[in-house]
Each structure stands twice: as C-alpha cells, then as structure tokens.
Design a protein around this ligand. Structure first.
Ligand SMILES: NC(=O)CC[C@H](N)C(=O)O
Length: 394
C-alpha cells in the first residue's frame, strides 16, 4: 500500500484543503495565487516577482520534464510554496539535471499536491486572492507523518495565515534586488542601457542583449544622478514583486529621468512609470498569471497572446494631464496592458514580452526599444520640459 505523508493548505478564510507533502518538508506561508500556464513551472518558480506568493498551477500534471540549468529566471526559486493536483516523481528530458522534487528540496520549497486545485482556483476567482499556509505533517509529527491533522491543528494554521503580513503596502523590491551594480563583459557592444533591478528575470536581459543592448544592472535604490553618471543611452525598469506603490524611491528616480532617456518598463516597471507620472495603481481581485492572456495592441489593432504575472494594475485615468496614453488593453477584463508617454520616448507593458514561459507574440517590443534608442539624440537633444515639475521638488 502506498502511504503518502499528509499535508494541508489552510486559507485565512478558514478553508482547509487536505493533500500530500511534496518538496522540502516543513511549513510555509504566503499569498495564494494561481497560474494557468501548462508548462514553464521552473521559470515561474524562479521569477522574483513571485516573492512572497504560493503559486497554484491549474494544469493538473506538473514536473514531467524535470528541471534544467538553462531554465532559471534568477539564481533561486522565489515562490514561497507550490500547489498542484499532481507533481511527477520522475522526469524524462535530455536537458534536465534533476527532478522537480529534488530541486524543491534543494531550495527549501514547501509544496502540496493531491488537492482539488479546480475548487481552490474557483474560490480565488470568486473571493480574490488570500493568504494561506502549507504545512506538512512530517514537520510537526516526524514520527507519524501519515496521520491526519486534527481540526485544532488546522485552525492554528488558519490563524497563522490570518496573522501573516499582507503583500499590499509592502516594498519587496529590496528583498530581491542586486546589492551592487553589474555588467556583462561579453556584451560590451551596442547601446548601453541601465536596467533598474526590481527583481529582473534573466530572459529579459537576454532579449535586450539580443537586439544590441549592453545591459548594466543596478540596484533598485539607484538614484537618477547615479544612473546618468553611467552615461547610458537608455533606461529599463524591470518586473518585480510586491506592491508597486511602496518603493517610492523608484517612483522618484523614474520621474527624474522621464524625458532624459528612452525608457522601457515591464510589469512592475510599467506600474512604477504610472506612479512616477502621478497616477495610481490598484490591486486586482485575482490578477493575471498565465501564458494565454489576450491583449489588443491599440496602435496596430492586432491581438497578442501574452505571458503575464501581476496582481496590480495602473489606473490610466488617474495619470494627470493625459501624460500617458493607452497602447494595449486586456481583452478579458479591459484593464490597461500598455502605455506610452504622449511626448517622450517612454513606453511600458504590464505583461511579459520576454515570454519565459509563454508565447512570443510581443517580442517586437524589444526591437521598438532599440529603435527608440537609435532615434534619440541624447548628445544634442535638450531635455524636454517636465509637465508635472515640482512633484518631487525637482
Ligand atoms: N511581474 C511583476 O513585475 C509583478 C508586478 C507587481 N508585483 C504585481 O503583482 O502586479
């Protein structure tokens, strides 16, 4: 008889799902979200934007192609936990070095499988994302890992989920950003672009380098003066975890540099541009996470199928003076997916054109960025006047 070690997922709303332990044995707490991608679990786990979140994969079978060194989006998993209907024990793939479970064990990722993920996702869609705890019985009862959790024990876990700090209002970029600036010696060609690292994914750096950019990655707290001292041809604002309204130092840097450099923002970077221009962001009910989000490009009329991972969105109307105009719209819920400055070469998207994992429909945005950089006469151009001058006393 196969006996599996017990595990539970306890949500702050009191719901408890009973399943089986997977990955590192222990207990974890975080915001429970869901991702509808069928593959790409390794890229999802190592995307720093998931810092603080426990990710539920809606696809029922995860892990069958193992884990490969090439598919890391950063140097470790950032998800707080992983939830699946069924995780593979084995794997079959010539690129892989290890199984999903050995990867999770090696990096302390506490996971649960064998729960009704459809019921869980319906709950998250109807009630919105909630905090939750994943706990393994072997963690608290090593001598009886196969016994059920008692109702009292489950209620303790529910209370722990409730007591956990909300992501809303938290600046998490500081938890994931690089501590020192770094460049890539082999990429010393082309246009130098400063990449503000709020939790950047490797594939973004790769896509930028592919179009002829020399990337220099700098910490999230880097000031506008420090950016300009590097004499860049452009500025890139990366994706990242947490509430975009929290890292106000980044809003300030983005505002001070607006109009001085061609700028491209992705996801958190897009949100930071909106906030820097004086706009607001809001938390969505359950966000967009997956590889099949339909986005309409309002400039061409084309529909792009996009990869996404965000829980917040920019309220375009809140940006004063029509400084930014909408360029992309989500066709599922009509939220803003992309915008461009009305006068400066500054544009951004809420989704992930680097598409790792995901469809490649939006890669043209990297080409557009290098075109903007090539057009911009940084040496002789006069910095354009700032419409919202005075916001930061600049
Ligand atoms: N991928 C990202 O950059 C996410 C941005 C932000 N943390 C959000 O959830 O909306």
């Amino acid at each position: 008889m196969i006996r599996k070690e017990r595990a539970v997922l306890a949500l702050e709303d009191g719901t408890v799902y009973r399943g089986y332990a997977f990955g590192h044995r222990g207990e974890t707490v975080g915001e429970v979200v869901f991702n509808t991608s069928m593959t790409g679990y390794q890229e999802i786990m190592t995307d720093p934007s998931y810092n603080g979140q426990i990710v539920t994969m809606t696809y029922p079978h995860i892990g069958n192609y193992g884990v490969a060194i090439y598919d890391m989006e950063s140097n470790k998993p950032f998800v707080r936990g992983f939830i699946g209907r069924e995780f593979s024990d084995g794997f079959s793939n010539y690129r892989a070095q290890e199984s999903l479970e050995s990867f999770m064990k090696g990096h302390g990722v506490v996971s649960i499988q064998g729960i009704d993920t459809r019921a869980l996702v319906r709950r998250l869609r109807e009630g919105g994302v909630v905090k939750g705890v994943v706990a393994h019985r072997s963690h608290t009862h090593p001598e009886d890992a196969y016994g059920e959790f008692s109702v009292e024990e489950e209620q303790v876990l529910v209370a722990r989920a409730r007591a956990h700090e909300d992501i809303d209002g938290r600046d998490m970029t500081q938890e994931v950003t690089t501590s020192l600036p770094y460049a890539f010696p082999t990429l010393r060609h082309g246009k130098r672009v400063v990449l503000m690292d709020f939790g950047i994914k490797h594939t973004i750096v790769e896509r930028l380098a592919e179009v002829g950019i020399e990337p220099i990655v700098v910490p999230a707290q880097t000031t506008a003066a420090q950016v300009m001292a590097l004499q860049p041809h452009g500025l890139f604002l990366s994706n990242g975890p947490g509430d975009p309204a929290a890292p106000t130092y980044a809003h300030r840097t983005a505002w001070e540099l607006m109009g001085l450099l061609p700028t491209f923002g992705i996801c958190l970077g897009h949100q930071i541009l909106g906030l820097a221009a004086g706009g607001q962001t809001f938390k969505m009910k359950f966000g967009h996470r997956g590889g099949n989000q339909p986005v309409k490009n309002l400039l061409t009329g084309n529909v792009e199928i996009t990869a996404q991972n965000h829980g917040y969105a920019v309220d375009l109307e809140s940006i004063p003076n029509g400084e930014f105009v909408a360029t992309h719209l989500n066709l599922n819920d009509q939220t803003l997916e992309g915008m461009a400055h009305s006068r400066y070469p500054v544009f951004s998207v809420q989704y992930h054109p680097e598409a790792s994992p995901g469809p490649h429909d939006s890669r043209y945005l990297f080409e557009r960025f290098i075109e903007e950089i090539n057009l911009f006469d940084g040496a002789t151009g006069t910095p354009v006047e700032k419409v919202s001058a005075g916001r930061y006393g600049v």
